[in-house]
Each structure stands twice: as structure tokens, then as C-alpha cells.
Design a protein around this ligand. Sequence first.
Ligand SMILES: O=C(O)CCC(=O)C(=O)O
Length: 323
Amino acid sequence: MSETVNPHLTAATATGDADHVAVDWDAGNDQWWDWYMSLADNPEAAGPLVAGPRWDPGPLPDHDAMVAELATPYALSAEAVRSFATEGFVKLPDVFSPGVIEVLRRRLRELLDAAVDPAVGFQSLEMMWLTDPVVRAAVLSPRIGRICAQLLQVDAVRLYHDNALSKESGAGRTPWHYDDHHFPLDTSDAVTAWAPLQPTPREMGPLAFARGMEVWRAASELSFDKHGTSYDRTVSEHFRDTGVEVEDGPYALGEVSFHSALAFHTAGPNRTDVARMVLANTYYADGARIVGNPTMISGDWRKFLPGVGPGELAVSERNPLVG
Ligand SMILES: O=C(O)CCC(=O)C(=O)O
């Protein structure tokens, strides 16, 4: 465990032992990400950046064509559903066309540039769908919502929140974690659709997963460290020592991964000269409630569920049914 207090924490969130998280997050979600990314172990000596991908997006769709594409059902195979249930994640090809990806990439870049300090290495922005029609088309996409419901094997899913994530050139690792530890929901029937907005080679830090829906059981026994990098390091060592396989391959253009709230995941540094941009949206099974005692690891969750208190049904005007 770390001996020093994490500089991103306030007096209230820094209090107690390093694994004490049973306190409300008392800042914004930007500050949450700054804190969270500071918990990543970055042991490798950083060499020079390499050339990132260059790609041809082809013709760009107009808004109606984009909405129509995002409403078209995806032919999800029984094998994909089975693989999600056993592995905890699945990577699906051709979920978005190159044109839709390019439209989203350009819009997310504009939104991030308007909202986030360019010096921040891991840039994030949520709730864009409330005001931006392009983002709304992707976040409320029936295609995505149906894939999520089919993977979770539930009747319907609700939106938790959208997330633009840009890991800028040179930014470091994302620490190992599983989202059930984060979401203030009383269900683990939650899934994140992580959609990269460029082809994403290994050197760019694609999302990587520990294989196995049950891996979280042993790993969740490891002591969290809210001040330093020891938790991330211990999880890596635990996976190595227990032979847990990690899928850390590249993503082709249009490929989207779907990971369960129980799937342990991480991401490498972005060692390319191109920003690793992603639209990551989370959905949960209709009928879920807020847990009794959300923790600081849930960040400013009230922004995503306004007016909903602990123990209540997770439904507000910001959590529409999708798909
Ligand atoms: O994009 C990343 O590096 C992390 C994203 C993540 O952990 C998630 O979307 O669940």
C-alpha cells in the first residue's frame, strides 16, 4: 500500500485506510478520472511515439442515414452470446460503418476540445447525448441496445451514461478494474459498449480483458489502494501467478467490444501519435436499483440518475430504455 496521500483526493475522500472507499465522491467526474488514472502502474520506460494508424473513412453518411444504420439489427450469433457469458466480454466486427465512425470521431473531438483542458492526457466527457443529436443517435442506437439486452439475456436495458474517452498520444495505462466495483447498481447485469473511433493497434492501448466471467471472484479479494498504484500492480501479478489469460489484441475499424460489469479490464498506454478516441456507453438491465451505500469509486453518479436515491429504482428521465 502507498504511504502518501493521493493528491487528487479531498480531505473527505482521503480519510481512513487506503482501501476505505465507503464515502461519497465529492468532486466532478473529470477529477474522478484524473484520480483514477493516477492509480495505474506505468513501469515501462517510455520510448519514442510510433506512427499511429491512417485510414480512409470513405463517404460520410448524412444524419438520417446514420440514424437508419444505427437502428438496423445486428446479426448476433449464439456463439457470441455464449462467449460473453463465459469470458465476460465479446468483440464484435462491423458494428459501426467507417462513415458513422468518422462522423462520431469528428463530433467527439469538437465536444472534447470545447470542454477539456488540452493538457489532460486522458480526456473524458459524459452526458453529451442530452444536447448533441449525433451522439444521441449512437447512444440511443436500437442496434446497440438490442445487442446489450441479448448479451445480458434480459428483456430490456436502460442507459446508465455515455462517455467520450480520448487517450492522447503519450498518455499512460488505465488501471485494472471491474465495473461492478464502480457502478452503484444492485445488479451485475450491466454492460459497456466500448466503440473505438479509429482502427486501434496494440501500441495505442486497446481495451484488454482478463478472460473468464469468474475471474473477479478471487481478484476482488485483493486490497484496493486509493492512494497509489499497488492495487493495479497486485492485480497484474495475481493474473500472472494464477495463469489468467489476457486478451489485449487490436480492434479493426468498426469493431466494438461489449464487457460485463464483472469483467476485469485494463488498457495499455497510447504510444502512437494519434489520439485513441472511444465512445463508451453503459447500459443496465431494466428493474435495477441503486445500492444502499454507493462509494467514492462510483464518482458523481447522481449526474447520471438525477433525483434517484440509494435503494430506489434506477429510473430517471436520463435512463431511457434503449433498443
Ligand atoms: O478506455 C479506457 O481506457 C478505459 C475504459 C473503461 O474502463 C470502460 O469503459 O469500462
